[in-house]
Design a protein around this ligand. Structure first.
Ligand code: ADP
Ligand code: MG
Length: 242
């Protein structure tokens, strides 16, 4: 049984079909890349999985349990966490406070009892921002704000993470560093789906790539196959990606 099973997912916004009959399975321990030009439906897939959007049609299963349209905190408590495309730290709280918020019992995402200082340090250390714990988010460089978002997801103790555009706005050195950190999560046993609107960034990182175009799955396969796929290249040339 796959850890995550997305089956025939369709999401419409009025007359716009943002995701059309999309299916994707992710095995335990895998890193899957979900790529496609801007507007192809990648974030919508994540939002449907996480219960942010109700699906129009289709089902989502996690660990064999159907989670379609479950509330976000229920999905998170089952062990699935998402790092959204937009960073949204609370600027009046320290980095440590922002991480702790994700572990409090009244948090929208967690029913746990609130992490200790040692636990918060560990979450931060897993993504190398333990030296920033007492900083305020608006004092951090962009790449560290993105890492804080990942630390917040780690604080929910996920078995699987969905990373939406983790490399966006980063320079090449920052991309390489983050890719190495994500690879470390894999070694720790984390299952992941990584979204990118570019074709290049995550190709060395992932086991398998799924390509979305205009809400439809265009292709899936090993990174090398996808890189050489004519149809995928044409979709990128026609779209806003690259
Ligand atoms: P991607 O993440 O691949 O760039 P999105 O999933 O954000 O694409 O968007 C896919 C399509 O769905 C786009 O046409 C976008 O405008 C539309 N869309 C996404 N969210 C909403 C929403 N909340 N309301 C209306 N349209 C939306
Ligand atoms: Mg997106």
């Amino acid at each position: 049984m796959s850890l995550l099973e997305v089956d025939s997912l369709t999401k419409k916004f009025g007359g716009l079909v943002a995701v059309d009959d999309f299916s994707m399975d992710v095995e335990r321990g895998e890193i899957v890349g979900l790529i496609g030009p801007n507007g192809s439906g990648k974030s919508t897939v994540f939002n449907c999985i996480m219960g942010i959007y109700n699906v129009t049609d289709g089902t989502v299963r996690f660990g064999g349990d159907e989670i379609t349209d479950d509330a976000t905190h229920e999905v998170v408590n089952k062990g699935l966490s998402r790092v959204s495309q937009e960073s949204n730290p609370i600027d009046s709280m320290s980095v440590a406070g922002n991480i702790k918020l994700f572990t409090l019992p009244d948090s929208i995402v967690s029913l746990r009892g609130g992490a200790t200082e040692e636990e918060i340090y560990e979450y931060a250390a897993r993504i190398d921002i333990e030296d920033d714990l007492h900083e305020m988010p608006d004092e951090l460089p962009h790449a560290d704000v993105r890492r804080l978002e990942i630390a917040k997801a780690l604080a929910t103790e996920p078995e699987m993470m969905l990373l939406d555009e983790p490399f966006a706005g980063m320079n090449q050195a920052e991309i390489s560093e983050l890719a190495a950190q994500i690879d470390r999560f894999r070694e720790e046993g984390m299952t992941m789906v990584v979204v990118d609107h570019n074709m290049g960034g995550l190709m060395n990182l992932v086991d398998r790539v799924v390509v979305l175009n205009n809400g439809v799955k265009l292709a899936s396969g090993e990174p090398e196959e996808i890189a050489e796929n004519q149809e995928v290249q044409e979709a990128y040339l026609a779209g806003e990606g690259i």
